[in-house]
Design a protein around this ligand. Structure first.
Ligand code: PLP
Length: 369
């Protein structure tokens, strides 16, 4: 008999939805559009020209990586994300965004963690595993107006948001962060969709976040360069005692992040062929996403109570179609009640879909509805 420490966290229900759709697709021999998934499906990033730069027969690949990450990658991240203005010592490589978030909540001592009212379900499970209390805030205005009540607490910001795809104005986000930070709150900025949409050379947002010592950035290369299979991301924070303790947790949970993934991302950030591969991946992906969103707007299929006239920007949107109705039309989705505890609307009539898929395929399926 093995006795178990149950955390109360749940195995992902979204995985269950995917398995169900694959089963009915195989049984019926019908193609399904898997918009339940959270990945970019327009195209893969073409890494073939980059792989030539990697020497597989080297100690660099074959022996343990440095615990906090390879210096060359941390420097490349500093250049690409912070215009060289961060300290490399404040950047640690992690096992994707999930790895970063888990380490953050393993390390931080905080009264309560506040999540957006529409949240990515994994947040709750990671918090539960790490025995952190949580609550929900309605919007950025609320944070800015009630900043003082978040003293001693941690606020998570996800912008563009998963599941809604809502992107707030950068100045509004910074304004809310500034107020929270002055009030004594810690901010976790987990926005892995941002860098898919913004031009890296002209986006100075991360650089502007460097003024906040008690702000932790969790980032991922899963979405912005489409490498979710490589399980790689990073975190940044300039609070030294926090990072020192986090480094110990990083060592004993990972013993370093896969060297191949690190070198691959380094080449994507530094070599001209890598930069171009990432640029092509992003521009084709973003064009198709925009076309799909325009299509949904024209057909009045977006959940108006969520957007209230604002145009989504992320890889997800909430549509006013039920999971069941979409399934009948061979489209996978996730019911909205997986992402919020709000009441007031009949959540069963709404679902989250991923819009990062070829526009031709998207319209082929949606035109039947
Ligand atoms: C909001 C958000 N944060 C973080 C992640 C983490 O992604 P990964 O662990 O693949 O890097 C995801 C993935 O779906 C996400 O939606």
């Amino acid at each position: 008999m093995i006795k178990i420490k149950h955390s109360g966290a749940k195995y992902s229900s979204i995985v269950g939805i995917g398995e169900h759709i694959r089963t009915i697709s195989a049984q019926s021999g019908t193609e399904f559009l898997m918009l339940n998934r959270g990945i970019n499906m327009v195209e893969n990033i073409d890494i073939r020209p980059i792989v030539g730069f990697v020497d597989f027969n080297s100690a660099e690949i074959q022996v343990y990586p440095p615990v906090k990450g390879r210096i060359a990658l941390r420097e490349a991240i500093n250049k690409a994300f912070f215009k060289g203005e961060a300290q490399v010592g404040d950047i640690f490589i992690t096992q994707g965004g999930v790895g970063a978030l888990d380490l953050i909540f393993k390390t931080i001592d905080t009264q309560q963690v506040w999540l957006p009212a529409y949240y990515w379900g994994a947040y709750l499970n990671i918090l539960q595993i790490n025995k952190q209390k949580y609550g929900f805030y309605p919007n950025l205005d609320f944070l800015a107006q009630n900043a003082n009540s978040f003293r001693g607490m941690t606020v998570l910001v996800c912008d563009p948001n998963n599941p809604t795809g809502l992107k707030f104005d950068d100045e509004m986000v910074l304004g809310a962060i500034r107020k929270l930070h002055s009030a004594g709150a810690v901010i976790v900025f987990d926005s892995p969709y941002r860098k898919l949409f913004f031009d890296w050379s002209t986006d100075f947002f991360y650089q502007r976040l460097l003024e906040f010592e008690n702000l932790i950035i969790a980032e991922s290369f899963s979405k912005s360069v489409g490498l979710s299979g490589q399980r790689i991301g990073f975190l940044h924070c300039s609070n030294k005692p926090f990072m020192d303790e986090l480094a110990i947790n990083l060592l004993y949970t990972t013993n370093g992040i896969n060297n191949f993934a690190q070198i691959l991302v380094e080449k994507i950030l530094c070599e001209e062929v890598g930069i171009e591969a990432a640029r092509n991946f992003r521009s084709n992906t973003v064009i198709n996403i925009a076309q799909n969103i325009e299509y949904l707007i024209k057909r009045d299929l977006l959940a108006n109570h969520v957007y209230q006239g604002q145009k989504p920007l992320g890889i997800f949107v909430i549509v006013r179609l039920s999971h069941q109705k979409l399934l009948e039309n061979h489209i996978g989705s996730v019911p909205l009640n997986f992402f919020t505890k709000l009441h007031g609307v009949d959540l069963s009539q709404y679902a989250r879909i991923c819009v990062s898929v070829s526009h031709e395929k998207f319209t082929r399926f949606f035109n039947k509805i």
